[in-house]
Design a protein around this ligand. Structure first.
Ligand code: FES
Ligand SMILES: [Fe+2]
Length: 325
């Protein structure tokens, strides 16, 4: 199901890396694939995160190198009961990080370093911020959402997470590049780490003209939720795009979709179809954006024109995620 698209050559933008790594919550695993006893090695910025689930179901995310002799816990590490076992000398680490056992019972007084972690909508996120800083905000709950996400895809894209997120604030390119015609329904809102964009579009289907409404909620630069509603059909599709920086100018995107029906039997049949179509549309849109991202460079001083105030508000909003710059 997940699709990996490899980029064979580093691009010019990668070497200059004009934007640093942002702080915030970043996706590291799909909780549904993290069965009890699973150890997963995920990439985050310049290093790895080891994510595992104990036999009783606890999820933990730790820095990758064993404090004993430095083996990578995600390269052959295993779970024994509630403990993570290092592949090199089988020292065992409890869910609180303490070294609690080894084959001859010896332990070391140094434990594993944990990431702050949240499980939300079946996805696992870790906090990335200044050294030693606890999370300063939380991911939003999706209030009206009662169905688990069901399918997804993943891609690596040679660009920065901010450039990806900026797409949702850049209306001018939608009609030109994607043939998508959306208008802003209400002014955007920048609310602390949350940025909301409200759009609407009109489409022509077998049932005639119908209006759809989209609410895009970004929480930092690693999380985007799009609520796509077609009131006339009683259908709501949800899409999450989770952007994880994995190198200075490279981002892993994991996306899941779900739906709700807010009407009768017809809407219950239509809702999964709309979610599936939304997923296909997103794949198409991304494949159209990729050649632009691959070759563009980040412009810190864009020459914006009338009708692009959402873009400039987005740029202002992003500054909070680079506290040291
Ligand atoms: S390096 Fe991990 S147990 Fe020795
Ligand atoms: Fe786009």
């Amino acid at each position: 199901m997940p699709i990996e698209v490899a980029d064979p050559l580093p691009r010019a933008a990668e070497s200059s890396a004009p934007l640093g790594y942002p702080m915030g919550w970043f996706w590291v695993a799909d909780a549904r694939e993290l069965k009890p006893g699973t150890v997963r090695r995920s990439r985050l910025m310049d290093g790895d995160v080891v994510v595992y689930r104990t036999r009783s179901g606890l999820v933990r995310a730790v820095r990758p190198y064993c404090p004993h002799l430095g083996a990578h816990l995600g390269a052959g590490g295993t779970v024994a009961g509630e403990n993570l076992v290092c592949p090199f000398h089988h020292f065992e680490f409890a869910p609180d990080g303490r070294c609690v056992d080894s084959p001859d019972g010896a332990t070391i007084p140094v434990g594993l370093n944990h990431y702050e972690l949240r499980e939300q909508h079946g996805q696992v996120f870790v906090w990335q911020g200044p050294e030693g800083q606890s999370p300063t905000w939380e991911l939003p709950e999706v209030a009206d959402f009662g169905v688990a996400p069901i399918f997804g895809w993943s891609r690596e894209i040679p660009t920065h997470a901010q450039e990806l997120a900026e797409n949702a604030a850049d209306f001018r390119h939608l009609s030109v590049l994607h043939d998508v015609h959306m208008a802003e329904a209400e002014p955007c809102e920048a609310d602390g780490p949350i940025f909301r964009v409200h759009t609407r579009s009109t489409g022509q289907g077998r049932v005639g003209l119908f209006e759809s409404r989209q609410t895009i909620v970004m929480a930092g630069l690693g999380y985007t939720h799009i609520r796509f509603a077609i009131p006339r059909l009683g259908v709501v599709a949800h899409m999450w795009a989770m952007q994880t920086p994995i190198a200075p100018w490279r981002t892993h995107v994991y996306s899941v979709f779900a739906w709700e029906s807010t009407g009768g039997a017809v809407s219950r049949v239509l809702a999964p179809v709309v979610a599936r179509l939304a997923s296909q549309a997103m794949t198409k849109v991304l494949s159209e954006d990729i050649p632009i991202w691959e070759n563009k460079r980040y412009n810190p001083h864009p020459r914006l024109v009338a009708g692009e105030s959402t873009l400039s508000r987005f740029r202002l909003w992003t500054r909070q995620f680079y506290p040291s710059e």
